[in-house]
Design a protein around this ligand. Structure first.
Ligand SMILES: [Zn+2]
Length: 71
């Protein structure tokens, strides 16, 4: 099992983003989070090498929102 990087709750191993729904919704809102998840999942299915960059963007946008990890 992987863990959400923000609250440490367990998440599925095959999840494209290491963030649970609750935290994702809290940071980006449900619509934006779904768009991010879709993008990440599509990128992974294509074996897209840009995924690392997408992850960086994700981290940065979290920092911009001053979201504090709880663990
Ligand atoms: Zn979480």
């Amino acid at each position: 099992m992987k863990k959400c990087v923000y609250c440490c709750r367990s998440i599925e191993d095959n999840r494209a983003v290491d963030v649970c729904d609750r935290c994702g919704h809290g940071v980006w809102g449900p619509k934006m989070f779904k768009a991010i998840m879709d993008n990440m999942t599509n990128a992974r299915e294509k074996g897209d090498l840009m995924q690392g960059l997408v992850n960086e963007d994700l981290q940065k946008s979290v920092q911009d929102k001053n979201f504090k990890p709880s663990c």
